[in-house]
Design a binder for this molecule. Structure first.
Ligand SMILES: [Cu+2]
Length: 511
């Protein structure tokens, strides 16, 4: 059972849910490939140390998970709130898979009927109790019962997802969240999200394998004006102050031992605000982005995360003392957001008796180049089969939410229109031009891309990503290979209120 501290007070509020969850875990345990484990202790085994989310691991090539979405009462730092979340948990369970596995999700929408069942207007937030599940970053089929974001799963409906993960799938950190156009922002801003980890690559680096690993899901759930979100109004303001939670805890305590290097898998599961991270006095080495290894450990002052980004960070604690994980002051193009404490980091003596002898104690950073995800090789000029340009914009349209439409190439999203038609095997270079005064984090489904340059300046890390911030009034170029999967899917802004109000296109890949 979890032990609650002053700093983990939020976890206490979900204690009842935790007991309910444990019961379903036992039930799940009888099914092949469905074992949900609830960590009884933190990675270091210290009572008030941050606990990892619960986890469901694949067995013998299958991961069977039961997910439901319902409206659950949760005690937020701002007070009680009713949140649309998976399995009553904040965050949802981590799904831990291997390349070649099949993910089977028995999903059930347990939310009550929508109150707005009249004719809906595309690109206006609507039907907050209709949903679906997107497997963010997965290179899988976008069709049928796989990563199909065109599904509407209405209240009371069930749906069985079967997501076949290729044998050569890049290892790394992914996540899942609802993606039904019109209710994406409200549901993700509620906290409906969980990590999905595909094993391999970085995990095989001996120094990293020897480290304590933390899964850290960062969310900033928004209570509605009357406890439950019934409008996107409360999430529309990008400069509104938010209370960030890590694994459901507000300002948790994280322990490290002097000289230790820990491997943090960080997911920014927020809906709208960017999140730079910093920790004075500690060393932060970024080794992976959106699941994909960087060329070598990169010592950074800030790890800049857009909503949807994941980072693998090796955190080194040189000296005993108390430190803080902070969001430094920054601006997202409107009012500046202030510096904010996110977690307390307590570095204890290397031989502190509170940590059992069997707990891993990594001390060394990897040296030399990091291994690559095999299929994500650099895209050469000679491979390119086509170029396209996409202009991100805003237009004033009366009658839409906030009288605003977010557009790509001058048009708001139309579910019936194919904006890109290409073929499996095509390799393209896309230029994104942002005409607005704030950055937009663009996310493309199914196939990741390699960033070439930002505002014309080459990115020396040439990172493979699935979500990237296109700078305010700036440009970004990336290259992508449309491999393996035909079908229809989307590219959109991961400031989710922008997606719901039109900043999304359809991509149709033909065989
Ligand atoms: Cu945007």
């Amino acid at each position: 059972m979890q032990i609650f501290s002053r700093r983990n007070f939020l976890q206490r509020s979900v204690a009842a849910t935790l007991i309910g969850g444990a019961a379903s875990a036992l039930l799940g345990g009888r099914l092949a490939g469905a074992v949900e484990t609830y960590p009884e202790a933190s990675p270091l085994g210290i009572a008030d140390d941050l606990i990892n989310p619960s986890e469901i691991r694949s067995q013998s090539g299958r991961l069977k998970a039961k997910l439901h979405m319902d409206i659950t009462e949760v005690n937020l730092p701002s007070g009680p709130a009713k949140l649309r979340i998976f399995n009553g948990r904040l965050p949802a369970p981590t799904l831990r898979l291997m390349p070649g596995d099949t993910l089977e999700v028995a999903f059930e929408n347990r939310m009550p009927a929508n109150s707005d069942t009249d004719q809906m207007v595309t690109n206006t937030p609507n039907r907050f109790n209709t949903t679906n599940v997107h497997y963010h970053g997965f290179h899988v089929s976008p069709r049928g019962n796989s990563d199909n974001v065109y599904l509407n799963i209405d209240p009371g409906q069930r749906f069985n997802y079967v997501v076949k993960i290729p044998h050569d799938h890049p290892a790394g950190n992914y996540w899942y969240h609802p993606h039904r156009h019109g209710s994406v922002a409200a549901q993700v801003a509620s906290g409906a999200a969980g990590m999905a980890i595909i094993g391999g690559t970085l995990d095989t680096v001996p120094e990293i394998a020897a480290m304590v690993e933390r899964v850290m899901v960062i969310q900033a759930p928004v209570p509605g004006l009357e406890d439950l979100l019934t409008s996107e109004e409360p999430i529309w303001a990008l400069d509104a102050e938010r209370n960030f939670l890590i694994n459901g805890s507000y300002r948790p305590r994280i322990y490290m031992r002097e000289g230790e290097v820990q491997h943090w898998r960080v997911l920014h599961a927020g809906d709208a605000q960017f999140l730079p991270l910093t920790a004075d006095g500690l060393e932060l080495y970024e080794v992976g982005r959106d699941g994909n290894p960087l060329p070598k450990p990169d010592l950074v002052t800030n790890v800049d995360l857009a909503p949807g980004n994941r980072a693998n960070i090796l955190v080194k604690a040189p000296k005993v003392g108390t430190y803080e994980l902070r969001r430094p002051a920054f601006s997202q193009g409107k009012q500046p957001l202030p510096d904010m404490m996110l977690a307390e980091i307590v570095v204890i003596a290397a031989d502190d008796a509170r940590v059992a002898k069997h707990i891993p104690f990594g001390r060394d950073l990897p040296t030399g180049r990091l291994p690559k995800n095999r299929i994500l090789t650099d895209i050469a000029d000679s491979e390119i089969t086509g170029h396209r340009q996409f202009v991100l914009g805003i237009s004033d349209v009366k009658g839409f939410f906030h009288d605003t439409e977010f557009t790509i190439n001058g048009q708001p999203f139309d579910p019936r229109r194919d904006d890109v038609v290409t073929k499996v095997g095509a390799v393209e270079e896309w230029t994104l031009v942002n005409t607005t005064p704030y950055p937009h984090p663009l996310h493309i489904h199914v196939n990741p891309f390699q960033v070439i340059d930002v505002n014309g300046v080459p990115d020396p890390r040439k990172p493979w990503l699935d979500t990237v911030a296109v700078p305010a009034a700036g440009t970004l170029r990336f290259r992508t290979r449309f491999t393996d999967f035909s079908g229809r899917y989307v590219m959109h802004c991961h400031i989710l209120p922008h997606e719901d109000t039109g900043m999304m296109i359809n991509i149709n890949i033909e065989d």
